[in-house]
Design a protein around this ligand. Structure first.
Ligand code: PLP
Length: 393
């Protein structure tokens, strides 16, 4: 399998981890040698309910037996998508009530940018330095990290960058700005939280000049930070909310959500302003619905903050300079990229899955399933401390 993986499957890096997966359940992924790996990454924040949550598996199986793909997005009334959009609206503040389901986070961001340009009639999009919003051309244009995007230029025009948390940059949001796009909590940059009511100030400035505020909750959303969406911590409601990852417990999906008034502008002039074949797919929508029901009917979201406390209590070590983030979106900060690298690789050998962050080489990600137990947290943290203790770095 290893040989075929490298020969036939396109690679994203020269050195993939290349664990051969047999199956996964709860907080564990089992490899083809039968070894259990405790998962502190959850498919990079995607499997909030752990692997193969029975409620989600059942919803997928039941829907797959009824019907799968029957028509492109938006033409037929398909109960899973309608029921999901309705339940999501119930859990979102006004005026976020209209959901457009797509296939991935980056496609949701593409839809959001198009919607903002179409609705405002303006072209300028402002994003944050070190932002990550996905890898298709529009989202890539908003990536605030030149090194990873310059070879793909030319990208979409009229995109500018502001510094996250820098109030002095807010004057750059003007009557020319269609939208300001921000991750509520910056992910790839190193799990950076907004400070000093920053998001409220951006919100206010956007409202003053008629620009839309787009918040990317693809990573912190769906309970990971102790609220269903992390913007709820910061007293700031976006005009367009972009979601994905944890939305369907491991099935490919994304969505952008806005008011009916704004969303209607994709319907005409031109009509079919955003279209997709598989967006709103009923099997995936059933997984979304089961996930949201489970999250909102259980204690999982509230327990996230207790689990964060336990992580912070246990992860005390002279080589850990800081624990960043919120809830179960945490980053272990160390002194050097080499040590961060060693921590990920040596923990992997000991059966604990950790991962890097995109643009912050001294950080190691902890973004486990929200279903992780206290015993599993203790077992995983013991491995991390042991690796740090024995490291020569
Ligand atoms: C904040 C953020 N936005 C957008 C994306 C892109 O989502 P996807 O990989 O589903 O296209 C990601 C994925 O890592 C993300 O973390």
């Amino acid at each position: 399998m290893l040989h075929d993986f490298f020969k036939y499957q396109a690679q994203t890096s020269p050195h993939p981890l290349a664990m051969e997966v047999s199956h996964a359940k709860g907080s564990y992924i089992y490899d083809s040698h039968g070894k259990a790996h405790l998962d502190f990454v959850a498919g990079v924040s995607a499997c909030g309910l752990g692997h193969c949550h029975p409620r989600v598996v059942k919803a997928i199986q039941e829907q797959a037996e009824k019907y799968m793909h029957v028509m492109v997005y938006g033409e037929y009334i398909q109960e899973p998508a309608v029921a999901y959009a309705k339940l999501l609206a119930k859990h979102l503040p006004d005026p976020l009530e209209s959901t457009y389901l797509v296939n991935s986070g980056t496609e949701a961001m593409e839809g959001a940018i198009k919607l903002a340009r179409r609705y405002t009639g303006r072209t300028q999009i402002l994003a944050a330095k070190k932002a990550y919003h996905g890898n298709t051309m529009g989202s890539l244009s908003l990536m605030g990290y030149e090194e990873r995007k310059s070879v793909f230029r030319p990208l979409i025009p009229d995109v500018g960058f502001i510094q996250f948390n820098a109030e002095e940059d807010l004057v750059r949001i003007t009557e020319k700005t269609a939208a300001v796009v921000l991750e509520t909590i910056q992910g790839g940059a190193g799990f950076i939280l907004p400070k000093n009511d920053y998001l409220q100030k951006v919100r206010q400035r956007c409202s003053e000049v008629g620009a839309l505020l787009i918040l990317d909750e693809i990573q912190p959303g769906f309970g990971r930070t102790g609220k269903l969406f992390s913007f709820e911590h910061f007293n700031c409601v976006p005009d367009i909310l972009v979601i994905g990852k944890g939305m369907a417990s491991g099935m490919p999906v994304g969505a952008f959500v806005s008011s009916n008034k704004i969303m209607q502008s994709l319907q005409d002039s031109p009509k079919l302003g955003h279209i997709t074949t598989f967006g709103g797919n009923p099997v995936i929508a059933a997984a979304c619905l089961a996930t949201l029901e489970e999250l909102t009917e259980s204690q999982l979201i509230a327990d996230t903050l207790k689990k964060e406390k336990l992580f912070r209590k246990l992860l005390k070590h002279p080589k850990i300079t800081e624990i960043r983030g919120k809830g179960l979106m945490l980053a272990i900060m160390v002194n050097s990229p080499e040590l961060a690298n060693e921590l990920v690789l040596k923990c992997a050998q000991r059966g604990l899955i950790l991962f890097w962050l995109l643009f912050e080489p001294t950080a190691v990600r902890i973004s486990p399933p929200l279903t992780l137990s206290e015993e599993e947290i203790m077992a995983g943290c013991a491995i991390i401390l042991e690796v740090l203790d024995t490291s020569q770095l």
